[in-house]
Ligand binder design. Structure first.
Ligand code: NAI
Ligand code: MG
Length: 341
């Protein structure tokens, strides 16, 4: 866990990376809100990555950016555009960054109505291990799904600590739901299941349950309010995260965080939205929610709670951007949030 900066006077260094499309618009908006709440507790450092960076420098993730990030406790990132066709030398900077900074936990809170859950997704292996190959002269494609005891231990440990920190949220014991498909994938998901239950048994105050991934999707849609912390291998977690985002109001309002031991990269779950870029109508709430996760993770707990309250206030009676069926601009939403500070 990151140490608490709450009571110390030195500013926390955070990087801001706008990226492409609406990325810079929503990151700027979120930074204004964070600064209004945190004052001089944060020092922002600018860094770049993405498609425009690639076109200019030949690299989507320049070494200079990595150097900036290594001097920071975390980063607020907008989104990058990726070409839909393969381009020589271009690799997704976000995937690369997760690997370089070992951001092993992907955290996505789902909040809205009676729903108050968090999906914790293993971010480094599983079906996204990057091990794919052709067989039989291109007639068969094989992807290897890697589950390791170590990676499972640390993701479940992370999820248990998160569950513990949320104790009291739902007025009952914290609940950890372990998602797998061990009845079919007996070795790989078998190892995930066994390791997860073993780690969780070290947290006696947490109620632990397991759920097969297909029935998990079914139940999460029917009764999302019963869940608290959900932990899953990479692909299942990816799918559950996006399904969950749809349950609580959509791309424009949900944030996520990629966490490692020493660094956290927070981002809205949406992409660069080229269809609305530059028009000043992007919903900044997803980026503001991501910023709250970042503050929490770098130890600015009080400020994180405050930003979370601002978002909750916005949901109650704030101005609505077009994606939420209103006609407010990004600036209107930010202005309203700043008035509430
Ligand atoms: P997208 O999330 O950018 O957009 C999907 C739809 O949602 C669009 O109609 C867009 O206008 C709308 N939307 C998204 N965010 C919004 C916001 N904050 N306010 C209002 N409306 C919003 O996904 P899409 O169109 O599939 O991808 C566009 C580009 O973004 C692609 O180049 C893709 O590779 C990239 N992308 C990047 C991600 C990242 O950097 N983490 C994640 C997803 C996509
Ligand atoms: Mg996804």
């Amino acid at each position: 866990m990151t140490k608490s900066h709450d009571e110390s006077a030195t500013p926390v260094h955070l990087a801001r990376i706008g990226g492409d499309g609406i990325g810079p618009e929503v990151v700027d908006a979120a930074v204004r809100v964070v600064d209004a709440v945190c004052g001089d507790r944060i020092e922002w450092v600018d860094a770049e990555m993405g498609w425009r960076t690639f076109e200019r420098t030949g690299s989507a993730l320049p070494e200079a950016t990595i150097e900036v990030l290594e001097g920071c406790a975390g980063a607020l990132f907008g989104a990058v555009s990726s070409p839909s066709h393969a381009v020589d030398g271009y690799r997704s900077p976000i995937v690369e960054l997760r690997r370089r900074m070992d951001l092993y936990a992907n955290v996505r809170p789902l909040r809205g109505g009676a729903v108050d859950a968090v999906v914790v997704r293993e971010n480094t292996e599983g079906l996204y291990s990057g091990r794919e190959r052709w067989e039989r002269e291109g007639e068969v494609a094989v992807a290897e799904r890697v589950i390791s005891r170590l990676a499972t231990e640390r993701i479940v440990h992370f999820a248990c600590e998160l569950a513990q920190s949320r104790a009291g949220h739902r007025g009952r014991r914290p609940l950890l739901t372990v998602v797998h498909k061990a009845n079919v994938l007996r070795l790989s998901d078998g190892l995930f299941r066994e390791t997860a239950l073993d780690v969780a048994s070290g947290f006696p105050e947490i109620e632990v349950e397991e759920q097969l991934v297909d029935s998990m999707v079914y139940r999460m849609i029917l009764e999302p309010e019963r869940y608290d912390v959900i932990v899953a291998p990479n692909l299942y977690g990816d799918i559950l995260s996006d399904a969950g985002a749809a349950l609580v109001g959509g791309l424009g309002i949900v944030g996520s965080a990629n966490c490692g031991e020493r660094f956290c990269l927070a981002e809205p779950v949406h992409g660069s939205a080229p269809d609305i870029a530059g028009r000043g109508i992007a919903n900044p709430i997803a980026a503001v929610s991501a910023a709250a996760l970042l503050l929490q993770r770098v130890g600015l707990t009080r400020q994180a709670v405050r930003v979370g309250e601002l978002v909750a206030g916005h949901h109650k009676n704030g101005p609505r951007t077009p994606d939420q069926d209103g006609d407010a601009t990004t600036g209107d939403v930010v202005g309203d949030l700043l008035r509430r500070v």
